[in-house]
Design a binder for this molecule. Structure first.
Ligand code: NAP
Length: 411
């Protein structure tokens, strides 16, 4: 007889699926700081559709997107689920998973029950499959953020094409850590020709010790580029150098962040410009030669975009996937058009890009940079630390059904 509910850490037999599961759940009435917004609840295990797969989650990766989900900013994620045909009054987040395939839909041929997989977080309606890039279809959504049934539960529901082979040399928690940030960084650095990173290209990586940044440094390194990382402490600088950064800039040495003064206020604007130039010089010093970045890898947004656009090379690209510090980023357009630069938005990755990144992980060319592993119960704490920028370098993970030996101590 099938057990109705397993305790966290207890695993059903392969292919056996209980009726209910434990999940870390966000509800609109709890929106706020992540340590209060999540609560463990018992929820019915979802049914899978013909093209879907149920994965028994061994470990989950922690990403910034469920900081946003917990706060209800900038969107109410529960309202968003209805857009994709799954209205709900709760949200099970989690956009990175490693686990074992537990059940497959009637059309699924690419994975079988018992396969060890990691999951990428791009979902779209079947009609988008035929497009050159399904990422550009209206139905594109990030699984476990814009959609429900993410990895902060004993079972998650995904579309079959999201499943990728798990790197056999990695633990469950290591394997769960890098896919969302890594595939995002891969598209940013390789998905926007002709501005793709190549041999000898200088690249500025904001937040080099963060989830995205730690992946970006390694991808740039693997394609022969020369990453210069920006960080806020010496510990983080050392971490970036070990990953392959040829130089590091401490952003605490500068204070010209945010919107520059209006250009008509010539004195104040001149003050801003001299600081932006000093930052550009710090880039040359860190790189060891007088060259501007061919690509600026952006995600802080409002605080840094003015500097990014100013310092990017002629015909280079500022590629941006987030606005963590705010959305009103302004630019002195003279630098953009006269130097024919590109400001390119980028969002997650398609199947090909996710698979290309995963191959690099499977081949051992990318370290997942797992810095800390939390228990299932401590998933809210991990998000709170991330919200406060008090989390360690690299990526964090949480054990769901994986053995507790993987836990690292809380400080
Ligand atoms: P993370 O691990 O917290 O790293 C972000 C880094 O940004 C931090 O390590 C921090 O490094 C740096 N930072 C913080 N405040 C800054 C400031 N005022 N100026 C410059 N740098 C600052 O987060 P992540 O996983 O890399 O994600 C970063 C952002 O990208 C989040 O908003 C996330 O939601 C978004 N994201 C978007 C996508 C997408 O597909 N669109 C995918 C992944 C992530 P220092 O303090 O050392 O400078």
């Amino acid at each position: 007889m099938t057990t109705d509910l397993y305790e966290i850490g207890d695993l059903p037999q392969p292919g056996e699926v209980p009726r209910r599961m434990y999940a870390q759940v966000i509800r609109p009435e709890r929106f706020g700081d992540p340590d209060k917004a999540f609560e463990v609840e018992v929820i019915d295990v979802p049914e899978v559709g013909p093209d879907e797969v149920l994965v028994s989650v061994m470990a989950a990766g922690i990403n910034y997107n469920n900081v946003w989900a917990a706060r209800g900013v900038p969107i109410d994620v529960c309202k968003n689920h209805a857009r994709y045909g799954e209205p709900s009054d709760f949200h099970i987040g989690g956009s990175d998973a490693s686990g074992v395939v537990a059940r497959i839909g009637s059309n699924v041929t690419t994975v079988s029950v018992g396969d060890h997989v990691v999951v990428h977080s791009g979902q779209w309606d079947r009609e988008a499959d035929d497009l050159p890039d399904p990422m550009l279809h209206d139905s594109f959504r990030i699984w476990g953020y814009e959609s429900n049934w993410g990895s902060f539960a004993q079972f998650c529901k995904v579309q079959a094409h999201q499943c990728l082979p798990k790197a056999p040399q990695l633990t469950w928690e290591e394997a769960a850590a890098p896919t969302l940030v890594g595939a995002t960084a891969y598209r940013m650095l390789r998905g926007w020709p002709p501005n793709v990173v190549g041999e000898g290209d200088p690249v500025l990586v904001w937040g080099g010790a963060g989830g995205l940044g730690s992946m970006a440094i390694q991808i740039v390194r693997e394609f022969g580029g020369r990453p210069v990382a920006v960080v806020s402490s010496e510990d983080k600088a050392e971490f970036c150098r070990k990953l392959g950064a040829v130089g590091v800039i401490n952003r605490r040495d500068f204070d010209h962040w945010g919107m520059p003064p209006h250009w008509q206020d010539t004195e104040a604007y001149g003050g801003w410009l001299s600081k932006a130039k000093a930052f550009g010089k710090a880039f040359w010093d860190a790189l060891g030669e007088k060259r501007a970045p061919r690509i600026v890898f952006e995600h802080p947004g409002e605080e840094t975009v003015p500097t990014s656009i100013f310092m990017c090379d002629t015909a280079g690209m500022v590629v941006i996937c987030a606005g963590t510090t705010g959305y009103n980023a302004v630019s002195d357009l003279r630098y953009l058009w006269m130097r024919q630069k590109r400001l390119q938005g980028s969002h997650f990755a398609n199947d090909e890009q996710s698979a290309a990144f995963n191959r690099m992980v499977v081949e051992g060319r990318i370290d997942p940079c797992l810095s800390r592993t939390f228990s299932f119960e401590d998933i809210p704490t991990a998000h709170q630390l991330m919200y406060e920028n008090a989390h360690p370098e690299g990526n964090m993970g949480a054990l769901v059904s994986a053995p507790r030996e993987g836990l690292t101590d809380l400080p």
